[in-house]
Ligand binder design. Structure first.
Ligand code: NAD
Length: 356
């Protein structure tokens, strides 16, 4: 079980230290090796995804990733910015399915901005396609506007596109995930306006014929955003494209109380995966020792379940997290009256203790 440990920037190293501590406490024969990535990769080797880091990630059975991004690199040309590391890894490792469970632990019902009765008991899974869509489509750039009312003006442009096989494979992931849950899939698109997403809808409907035991419905993304806040518990599995999934999964993160609680898995066709918290590098709180490490620790649990087939050890971690929340331990982002405020490190230590 070779794990590439890529802490990254900002709070990345702080939260990763806690996740590694938890993994070490399991007593499994993991082989862990760390490498620089993101801004740290650029500082050390002149590239956000240095060749040695990519080689380590490719050789590993799974990658545990912290977060990347630092505003001091915002003036670099785009290909050298820290965020390119994560896009590069997804592409190089052919990670096309991003699984983001949004579960509301009853102890945190008060930390959600929504009323407890709307979110308590929430357990949904957002599946975001990762390799296609407007994020990678070409052509893209800035040019002289060729036509229309702004002809001759400068314009920025991108291309939204999805290949049939890209849609098919993510639809299969969604239907198979639903078979292990409540057997309901909502496919989110913008078929009323975008050709790409009318095509998406048609293909998802075709793939659905292989899964008669799963119910499928389609929803426009604007309505899905509204329903996620109005009645999130009505969903089971949501499947959508890269950009809509990016936005909706952050919205779902907030339902759970804090983005600091939300793990994620990005899988290839063979369940090799990259596991990371859904949040970024949080430069505003980096170095203060107050970041919530639970999303990263729960990402490590997902790694055990999906890449190493160790559901029991994954559950041990998840139960330890539930236990520390029950004990009233809270980092700043999920703090509430009467709770026991802890640092990043204290939270990690408490999870290790609860494992025992
Ligand atoms: P962010 O997720 O880093 O932070 C948003 C807010 O949530 C901030 O107030 C932050 O303090 C808080 N937050 C995030 N994680 C937290 C945690 N574990 N505990 C407590 N609070 C937490 O998003 P942002 O501010 O928009 O972006 C910061 C940088 O991160 C940017 O450079 C961005 O490009 C990058 N980013 C990276 C990833 C990634 O590595 N996968 C994802 C998103 C953003």
């Amino acid at each position: 079980m070779k794990i590439a440990i890529l802490p990254g920037d900002g709070i990345g190293p702080e939260i990763m230290t806690q996740a590694v501590k938890v993994l070490n406490a399991l007593g499994e024969p993991f082989e862990m090796e760390s490498a620089d990535v993101g801004g740290a990769g650029y500082a050390a080797a002149g590239h956000p995804l240095p060749p040695a880091t990519l080689a380590l990630a490719k050789a590993a059975d799974a990658v545990l990733f912290g977060a990347v991004g630092d505003f001091k690199y915002d003036s670099l040309e785009r290909s050298l910015r820290p965020e390119q590391a994560i896009l590069g890894l997804r592409k190089e490792l052919q990670l096309f399915a991003n699984l983001r469970p949004a579960i509301l632990y009853p102890e945190l019902a008060g930390a959600s901005t929504l009323k407890p009765e709307i979110v308590s008991g929430l357990d949904i899974l957002i599946i975001r396609e990762l390799t296609g869509d407007i994020y990678f489509g070409k052509p893209r750039g800035v040019r002289e506007c060729p036509d229309g009312p702004f002809k001759g003006d400068r314009e920025g442009f991108d291309t939204m596109r999805y290949a049939e096989s890209e849609i098919r494979r993510i639809a299969h992931v969604a239907f198979q995930a639903a078979q292990k849950r409540d057997k309901r899939v909502t496919s989110v698109d913008k078929a009323n306006v975008l050709e790409t997403f009318q095509f998406w809808r048609d293909i998802v409907t075709e793939v659905h014929q292989d899964y008669p035991d799963v119910a499928l419905d389609h929803m426009y993304v604007d309505n899905a955003a509204m329903q996620l806040v109005r009645a999130p518990k009505k969903f089971d599995v949501l499947v959508t494209g890269n950009m809509f999934g990016d936005i909706l999964s952050d919205c779902a993160a907030m339902l759970t109380g804090s983005i600091g609680m939300l793990p994620s898995a990005s899988l290839d066709a063979n369940n090799k995966g990259l596991y990371e918290p859904s949040h970024g590098s949080a430069p505003d709180i980096a170095g203060k020792g107050i970041a919530n490490p639970l999303a990263t620790i729960l990402s490590a649990a997902m790694m055990l379940r999906y890449s190493f087939d160790k559901a029991e050890q994954a559950e041990r971690i998840e139960n330890a997290v539930k236990s520390v929340l029950r004990q009233g331990l809270r980092t700043a982002d999920i703090d509430e009256a009467g709770a026991l405020r802890v640092s990043t490190e204290e939270m990690g230590n408490a999870v290790v203790k609860a494992l025992a």
